[in-house]
Design a protein around this ligand. Structure first.
Ligand SMILES: [Ca+2]
Length: 246
């Protein structure tokens, strides 16, 4: 039995490696989520293609090394390990579909962890990511359906990313009680091949007209008189940044 188990594990490992090769081949499709990070500006130097979360770039020798990228999907880059869980710091987030660019000054050569937002399945599937910290830092609670609670993030949610076209209603109490807000992911990114990303970035719950920690349950669909548009939030954020002379 023991040898059978080992054999099965070996077979599994082989299948996993074959399947990972297939994924590598599929990465050329522009609408396949990935983050290809380069150590030099303008896509030069050593590069590494990320397909999933990486909590500590030091483990692959790329801590503070990524300076440019080619990317599809919504990826967040963090100054510190574990998505700034223990130490908050810079966060860079940029939706893209097959685009290549240099990292912004805040993340150029400083990134220590990275992850994406959205469904593990389709790039533009309806999905929510809730984060413990502002600006998508720290622990997360995620899903694609109505939920009576937000797991370990109860009374702790501080930021939100929505993907896809579905609208979501957030409640300040558990089990759909208390105040509510309907959030619309009406921001949009269209790739050069026509691939569409619909999304909404809410860096704080204040941007959703909620108090910090004020998301304790949620319903798929729009069931509140208070409606917040991601596009309007982004425009307001840009105005405020301009007013501060940024
Ligand atoms: Ca760093």
């Amino acid at each position: 039995m023991k040898s059978f188990t080992s054999l099965s594990l070996a077979l599994l490992a082989l299948l996993a490696s074959v399947s990972s090769k297939n994924i590598q081949g599929a990465e050329k499709a522009v609408n396949f989520r990935h983050f290809n990070g380069y150590t030099g500006a303008s896509q030069t130097g050593v590069h590494y293609d990320f397909l999933t979360y990486n909590p500590d770039l030091n483990l692959i020798g790329l801590d503070n090394q990524i300076r440019s990228a080619c990317q599809t999907g919504i990826w967040m880059l963090y100054e510190n390990i574990d998505y700034n869980y223990l130490t908050s710091g810079a966060v860079c987030v940029q939706p893209a579909v097959g685009d290549c660019f240099d990292l912004s000054a805040a993340c150029f050569g400083t990134v220590s962890s990275l992850r994406y937002a959205g469904s593990d399945d389709g790039l533009n599937d309806n999905f929510y990511n809730l984060y413990e910290g502002v600006s998508f830092q720290g622990l997360e609670y995620k899903g694609n359906n109505t939920s009576t609670d937000v797991g370990s993030l109860d009374e702790k949610v501080s930021s939100v990313i929505l993907s896809g076209t579905e609208r979501w209603t957030f409640f300040t109490g558990p089990g759909f009680t208390g105040g509510s807000v309907c959030a619309i992911p009406d921001d949009q990114y269209i790739g050069s091949d026509g691939t569409i990303l619909n999304f909404g970035l809410f860096e704080t719950l204040n941007e959703l007209s909620l108090f910090d920690g004020g998301i304790r349950s949620l319903i798929k669909g729009c069931f509140s008189d208070t409606v917040v548009s991601a596009k309007a939030v982004k425009a307001k954020r840009a105005d405020q940044a301009a007013a501060r002379g940024l």
